[in-house]
Design a protein around this ligand. Structure first.
Ligand code: ATP
Ligand code: MG
Length: 460
């Protein structure tokens, strides 16, 4: 689009134009009022004065006769007030007044006329305009009373010109200002558009320009930048997850391939059998990994939210502890529980059980130092309107600086590489917490780890 068309079709320009029209209308109304109140009113007043004077002179003629009116006219004519008088005889000859003869006029009875008037001012002749009322008196006499309205006319002209100039200035200023403003605005919109295009073209680190004026455009740009930040970190996360998944699946698949190849070379039915059995085991583990990944994705996407129901956490803790107690005892350790009754949350029972199981599983795996036996306590209580489930052990714990990243997918600390696992357990826990609007808090148990599930309490 060419620049001029763009400017004309922009909303700012249209707004500026609208304001301009409103502005011009109010300026005209104001100036029109001023004009009416000065020029027009003054002219009317003059007319009224003339009319009153004509009336007075006519009365005089009626009451005191010709000599009376001549007297008055002569007296008034000598004043230097710009008044014009003329009384003529039936033949048209001047009888009294400061005009020499009647100006040309229509033959009406009584009329307003305007005529040029030569005025002697400081020995200079000036051409003025006079406005007068002309009337016939009884006996064929004619009376003309008027005023020099030159000053009045000039004044009106000045006011009219002022109005035109004011309108022109208002239009130029308004239009210029509007154009300037909208051009400025358009430039910034264009900058944002250009920035989005470079981002779309693949420059994910690009951001919208922020002018620093904190106006609507700036706030829009800031909001967009926050969104871009989030998208970028989500995309980085996705990239990492997919490369982790690829890496973690490669190892078991390579193992399966090696086993099957070895079996094929050996030709003995026993080796075949063993290879097939191992393949089944590896496949089971692969399936577990996939299932865990899918559960995490589902929990994080919040898909199960509609299906959430009130869950008795006290009962849930009892069930999980009962299931895992034999395992703890087998390892020579102990799994004890201490849950207040009636702990209720809104949730998905299976996912919550899975989260708790993952924590207990970790405590069993990592909760004992070399040569010691696991001592695990599972507790449940209410704190500040939250249900807090804690799984505490006395193992090596997780160093404070690693507590943030162990909840990421596939993250396993070096100290636990000897134990089996994918590094997905805590990811699922934190995904389940996200789904339940709760949180997973990892804390020091001095020694060991205290993993806490904090969930909103449900009151029936
Ligand atoms: N109770 C604990 N004590 C010490 N370290 C722990 C404990 N729980 C988890 N960790 C550390 O956090 C890491 C991540 O735990 P997570 O449960 O996510 O994975 P995993 O147990 O290694 O594998 P998976 O749970 O998928 O079988 C573990 O590898 C371990 O290093
Ligand atoms: Mg685990």
């Amino acid at each position: 689009m060419n620049a001029r068309v763009k400017l004309l079709s922009s909303s700012t320009f249209r707004l500026a134009a609208l304001y301009l029209v409103l502005f011009a209308l109010s300026v005209s109304a104001l100036l029109g009022y001023v004009y009416w109140n000065t020029a027009v009113l003054l002219e009317r007043q003059t007319d009224e004065t003339i009319r009153a004077e004509v009336q007075a002179l006519a009365d005089q003629y009626r009451l005191r006769g010709l000599s009376g009116i001549i007297d008055t006219i002569q007296r008034r004519s000598s004043d230097q007030g710009g008044a014009v008088y003329l009384l003529t005889a039936p033949g048209g000859q001047r009888i009294a007044g400061n005009l020499n003869s009647l100006p040309p006029m229509p033959q009406d009875e009584a009329t307003w006329i305007e005529f040029p008037l030569a005025v002697e001012k400081n020995a200079v002749r000036e051409n003025h305009v006079a406005r007068a009322f002309h009337t016939d008196l009884a006996g064929g006499f004619q009376l003309l009373v008027g005023r020099d309205v030159e000053a009045l006319r000039q004044f009106a002209t000045i006011i009219r010109q002022t109005i035109y100039y004011a309108l022109a200035i208002a239009a130029v200023l308004g239009l210029g200002g509007g154009l300037l403003m909208s051009r400025n605005f358009l430039k910034r919109v264009d900058a944002i558009t250009a920035a989005s295009r470079t981002i779309m073209a693949g420059n994910m680190a690009g951001r919208m320009p922020v002018a620093g004026s904190n106006d609507e455009l700036d706030r829009l740009a800031l909001a967009l930048n926050e969104m871009l930040e989030q998208i970028e970190s989500l995309m980085a996360g996705m990239k990492e997850v997919s490369s982790n998944v690829a890496h973690d699946l490669k190892t078991p698949l390579t193992r399966i391939k090696a086993q099957v190849e070895a079996a094929l070379r050996s030709n003995s039915p026993d080796d075949y059998r063993e290879a097939l059995e191992r393949t089944v085991d590896e496949s089971d583990r692969l399936l577990d990994t996939f299932n865990a990944l899918l559960s995490i994705a589902r929990a994080e996407a919040g898909q199960a939210r509609q299906g959430l129901v009130p869950i008795d956490v006290s009962a849930l803790i009892a069930d999980v502890v009962e299931l895992y107690e034999p395992m703890a005892e087998e390892a020579g350790g102990r799994l004890s529980s201490d849950a207040a009754p009636g702990l209720m949350v809104i949730g998905d029972r299976q996912l919550l059980a899975q989260a708790l199981t993952n924590l207990v599983d970790n405590a069993l795996k990592y909760g004992a130092r070399d040569g010691e036996t696991p001592e695990i306590e599972v507790s449940g209580k209410i704190e500040d309107d939250k249900v807090v489930i804690t799984v505490a052990d006395h193992g090596i714990g997780i160093p404070a600086e690693d507590r943030g990243r162990v909840t990421e997918r596939f993250v396993r600390l070096d100290s636990s590489r000897s134990k089996p696992g994918n590094g997905l357990g805590l990811s699922l826990v934190s995904g389940v917490m996200k789904l339940h609007k709760g949180s997973l808090v990892l804390a020091d148990n001095h020694p060991g780890l205290a993993a806490r599930l904090v969930l909103p309490l449900y009151r029936a």
